[in-house]
Design a binder for this molecule. Structure first.
Ligand code: ATP
Length: 262
């Protein structure tokens, strides 16, 4: 596709649930090489937006374009095939497999569309091992390849989830609270890794996050949602000074919290 299109272009996106206006007229773009944070208090509409972007929820109004292609209301499978990935928690079943087997399975599923079944029937293909290892090296888990996932520390499991999402070779990656549940140090490491991948692979990442230190430190740009609407957008330093944003977060102190890394 032509480079004149934004990687992701969202215009006037809206969704209501039985009278609750969860998202109202949301418009923004994501470019390649950008790590864009979508923040907002609980119930602001972040998950609803994400679910509309990857096709899980059909919007009531508005338009979503990926590299210029209209994907509004298109199925999650088709949106995935257009290069939109999303990080997911590794399911319990897959925790009993090794680290590299999980990545091999994700690669095989991307190329052959057989996710799950091949593992079930014990037919995991060998050919993906080198490629899987390259992804593990990229995220710093090369030396853990043959460990069982169930034995990994939590931070490494989250990094593995990122490798699994990258196996689909996305040009746009959606990350819903990627650092939730991690220690301060692990969170910083994961976001530094994500920022490096964004630069090196020239992909776009849209992520939600409640930890404001992480957001202001690592996002290249931010959009702030409140009650379904965008109330501010821009570089971290600009958004931080925005009076409306400060008002929304006033009291929580989260905009000004110091990092509590140990
Ligand atoms: N399936 C649903 N049915 C009815 N209302 C819903 C549904 N999903 C979300 N909502 C409402 O829509 C609004 C936006 O919710 P959403 O989960 O998108 O916000 P969020 O910003 O992701 O919140 P959080 O940070 O707590 O995950 C909220 O008022 C929520 O109660």
């Amino acid at each position: 596709m032509s480079n004149s299109y934004s990687l992701l272009s969202v215009k006037g996106l809206s969704k209501s649930y039985q009278g609750v206006q969860a998202v109202r007229g949301v418009s923004f773009d994501v470019e390649r090489g950008e790590l864009l944070a979508m923040i907002g208090p609980n119930g602001a509409g972040k998950s609803t937006c994400f679910n509309m972007l990857n096709g899980q929820i059909r919007p009531n109004a508005g338009q979503v374009r990926i590299d210029g292609i209209d994907t509004t209301g298109v199925s999650p499978q088709k949106i995935f095939r257009l290069g939109v990935g999303r990080t997911f928690q590794i399911a319990q079943t897959y925790l009993s497999m090794t680290v590299i087997e999980n990545v091999q399975l994700a690669l095989q599923s991307d190329r052959a569309g057989t996710y799950g079944l091949s593992a079930f029937f014990g037919t995991l293909s060998r050919p993906w091992r080198d490629e899987a290892m390259a992804l593990l090296e990229l995220i710093g888990l090369g030396n853990q390849a043959d460990r069982l996932c169930s034995e990994l520390p939590y931070g490494d499991v989250k990094r593995l989830e990122l490798a699994i999402a990258l196996a689909g070779n996305p040009k746009l990656l959606l990350m819903d609270e990627p650092a939730a549940g991690m220690s301060g140090r692990e969170r910083v490491a994961l976001m530094e890794l994500t920022a490096r991948i964004v630069r090196e692979r020239h992909i776009g990442v849209l992520f939600t996050e409640h930890d404001m230190d992480i957001v202001f430190e690592h996002a290249s740009r931010l959009i702030v949602l409140n009650r379904g609407e965008i109330i501010a957008a821009g570089k971290p330093a600009e958004v931080r000074e925005d009076p409306q944003v400060q008002a929304v977060y006033l009291g929580s102190g989260s905009l000004y919290a110091q990092a509590e890394e140990h």
